[in-house]
Design a protein around this ligand. Structure first.
Ligand SMILES: Cc1cc2nc3c(=O)[nH]c(=O)nc-3n(C[C@H](O)[C@H](O)[C@H](O)COP(=O)(O)O)c2cc1C
Length: 371
């Protein structure tokens, strides 16, 4: 199927503007998500073999999830499991609805297997996302695999009010996801990455955990896992501060990494033009940088903080590299654009083989083996 995608479907899809192609794909999956028959048909083609793992007390059918940004409004929540992913992270959702940056704002560098985007958290806002999530639940279409929500800061909210903005979205959506990711690393919202500084982050994490605890008590449930998503450029001193704060506020993990603002060398003129666009770069050129960051976090935290590794995962080898560097779970975005819907199945089948070849009993035994 992935050969069919690469040779027939992808060339047709790539004739279209990148964001238009993305929106078409999401609305197709959104329509399919409302039909049990379509979900089971997709499952027949694309479901992954079982490769279960347990991280922050949640059971995952396999360790590969769909990364934030793909399903910003939670329109296709059931579809990600149907096409073989072991979990999804919807969003970035902001407290206030926002249009994002002017178009065009998403670009393909095909020969580099990369994307550049400056979307700027375009989304329908936490309240409307909540309605969509409730609708899937009410119709009995909610997936069995975990669903996370990526929380961004609204553009209209000044940086000093960021804690209230994140905590406001968390409170609204709390009962409708299995885990939450505080995104302080998108390069496309002015000043957002400054929130990685400990003086800002301390206030955000403190208020979000307070809100988390309040919601848990109110509904008589356990607190939800809270994670922080970081940039690949993060300096060591900042990373150490973040790890310290994660431990101080008893957060559950780190997502590493978001897109990079750096650009690699390229001889390809088309790619050069794309790399000149402002925004975050994802895909193959990000792969090693994100793996290095995973290895660093694993080392500094002595393997005690679960890491979701993301950045340039296209194959089972890429996935194995990130798990053995220290990632407990993985995600991808750009890989799906270039490889098509067979990618999760192909990666999970390959990982299962690697686990067997290494003589391990489960994928979790591979975490950090090559850290
Ligand atoms: C078009 C686009 C939009 C994205 N939007 C978000 C977002 O809203 N929140 C976030 O944390 N990451 C966002 N990301 C980053 C991805 O979640 C991921 O961290 C990054 O793309 C690296 O993974 P990849 O190389 O597999 O694409 C976005 C990425 C792309 C390409």
């Amino acid at each position: 199927m992935s050969f069919f995608y690469r040779t027939i479907l992808r060339p047709a899809v790539f004739l279209q503007d990148s964001e238009k192609a993305h929106n078409r794909m999401i609305s197709t999956l959104s329509r399919a998500s409302r039909s049990r028959l379509m979900m089971s048909l997709l499952g027949n083609f694309y479901s992954s073999p079982e490769l279960p793992t347990k991280v922050f007390d949640l059971e995952f059918p396999n360790p590969l999830g769909i990364a934030a940004g793909m399903d910003k409004n939670g329109q296709a929540v059931p579809a990600w499991q149907a096409i073989g992913f072991g979990f999804s992270e919807i969003g970035g959702v902001t407290l206030h609805e926002q249009e994002g940056n002017p178009k065009p704002r998403m670009f393909r560098a095909t020969s580099e297997r990369a994307l550049v985007n400056r979307m700027g958290f375009n989304n329908i806002g936490a309240n409307s996302v909540l309605d969509k999530l409730k609708d899937f639940k009410n119709r009995g279409l909610w997936p069995e695999s975990p669903v996370g929500i990526n929380l961004g800061k609204s553009k209209i909210t000044p940086l000093k009010k960021a804690p209230e903005d994140y905590a406001g979205s968390l409170e609204l959506l709390w009962n409708h996801a299995d885990f939450f990711v505080i995104n302080i690393s998108s390069p496309n919202t002015l000043g957002l990455r400054d929130l990685q500084e400990s003086k800002h982050l301390e206030l955000i994490l403190s208020l979000c955990q307070e809100t988390n605890s309040k919601c848990a008590i109110k509904l008589g449930k356990n607190m939800k896992p809270l994670l922080v998503k970081i940039a690949p450029e993060l300096k060591d001193s900042y990373l150490k501060d973040i790890i310290r704060l994660i431990q101080k506020f008893d957060l559950n993990g780190i997502v590493a990494t978001n897109t990079t603002i750096q650009r690699p060398e390229t001889k390809n003129n088309k790619s050069k033009k794309i790399f000149d666009e402002q925004g975050g770069l994802s895909g193959l050129p990000l792969k090693d940088r994100s793996t290095d960051m995973i290895r660093k976090i694993y080392k500094i935290s002595k393997g005690k903080i679960p890491i979701i590794g993301v950045g340039g995962v296209f194959t089972a080898d890429d996935a194995w590299e990130k798990i053995t560097a220290g990632a407990s779970l993985l995600q991808l975005y750009t890989g799906l654009v270039f490889e098509g819907p067979g990618i999760a199945r192909s990666i999970i089948s390959g990982l299962k083989k690697r686990v067997k070849e290494a003589g391990l009993n489960s994928i979790s035994e591979a975490i950090g083996l090559n850290s």
